[in-house]
Design a protein around this ligand. Structure first.
Ligand code: NAP
Length: 304
């Protein structure tokens, strides 16, 4: 590419979007957009946004991510998670741009004992998972230069996430009940953005060969796995300073004791083998990545 790349970040104020803005700051000329300036659910707005920027790279971190609410708003979830990625893929193809898109472990039904690979058949249990699967399928049907990264249990120092919810509840209560029969890989927005940057750099440098050698779907999560309850315990073991010295008790419960509007998979651990072997990229283990986020939160608390 003779010029510095034009990069469009869609969903720039979400957890992943914020970290992508940081990671890609020096890569090229960034245009960052979120709900305040356009509606992902309106195909014409998505199309005209892409046409006005004419990007070389589209990083799509926008999505309808309210898993339970999606059960009662399937059309809105579908517009953002299936129709918008289709439009982005069509526009990327027209421009010859690279589209990077994120999908979810919730495309699987959780019935497998081992980590899920890209060759396993998706079978979502909820509306959110079905809408994200439709988005993946739409991008693959359009083709072109694309990377779909399926990830899981995303959290970080900002946004709406399990870690920040646990810290809030931990300040308010002496004990908590947390589901202990759903297993996954908590993955930080920081690790996702770093890995995305490494891979996009490699694609731009031609390290991975021609488009057909690298375009496709990859699992991208922190390594290892834990239940939500184990994750909560790990958070509280590290977060005393963030909770004024308190350590709330965490009691394991079954999913059946904590009914939610959307059903969730029991095992949604993803295998990262394809990502490792194709790009040589490995994300940190979930507990090392947790240490990093806790460290960042402590630093911001000290500064405040
Ligand atoms: N969070 C997870 O645990 C998780 C797990 C697996 C995969 N993923 C995937 O990872 C990607 C990034 O997720 P995230 O956790 O960073 O999500 P997030 O924090 O919820 O960010 C999504 C962003 O998209 C924006 N958005 C939603 N609907 C929109 C609309 N109609 N028009 C314009 N903007 C809209 C949101 O704005 P508002 O905040 O105003 O709605 C938000 O800023 C998504 O593709 C998600 O499906 C997430």
């Amino acid at each position: 590419m003779s010029h510095s790349p034009r990069i469009l970040i869609v969903g720039c104020l979400g957890q992943v979007g914020l970290e992508l803005q940081r990671s890609f700051a020096e890569v090229g000329e960034i245009t960052a957009r979120d709900r305040d300036t356009f509606d992902l659910a309106e195909p014409d707005e998505v199309r005209s946004l892409v046409r006005s920027v004419s990007p070389d790279i589209i990083l799509n971190a926008a999505a309808y991510t309210a898993v339970d609410r999606a059960e009662s708003e399937p059309e809105i979830a579908r517009a953002a998670n299936a129709q918008a990625p289709a439009t982005l893929a069509e526009e990327a193809l027209r421009l010859g741009a690279l589209l990077v898109h994120y999908s979810t472990d919730y495309v699987f039904n959780g019935s497998k004992a081992d980590p899920w690979t890209e060759n396993d058949s998706p079978n979502p249990l909820n509306v959110y998972g079905a809408s994200k699967l439709a988005g993946e399928e739409a991008i693959r049907a359009v083709g072109g230069r694309f990377l779909i990264f399926r990830t899981s249990w995303v959290y970080g120092p900002h946004g709406n996430n399990f870690l920040l919810t646990m810290l809030r509840l931990g300040r308010e209560r002496d004990s908590l009940i947390v589901v202990d029969d759903q297993f996954g890989a908590p993955t930080t927005s920081i690790e996702l953005a770093k890995a995305t940057r490494t891979i996009v750099d490699g694609v731009l440098d031609g390290q991975f060969g021609s488009d057909s050698d690298w375009s496709g779907l990859y699992h991208m999560t922190c390594s290892g796995s834990v239940s939500w309850c184990g994750f909560a315990q790990a958070i509280f073991a590290r977060a005393k300073a963030l909770l004024n010295g308190k350590t709330p008790e965490v009691h394991p419960i079954l999913s059946s004791d904590y009914p939610t509007l959307a059903r969730r998979p029991k095992n949604s651990v993803l295998s990262n083998g394809k990502l490792n072997s194709r790009f040589g990229v490995r994300l940190a283990s979930w507990d090392t990545a947790l240490d990093e986020v806790i460290r960042k939160l402590k630093m911001s608390q000290e500064k405040a």
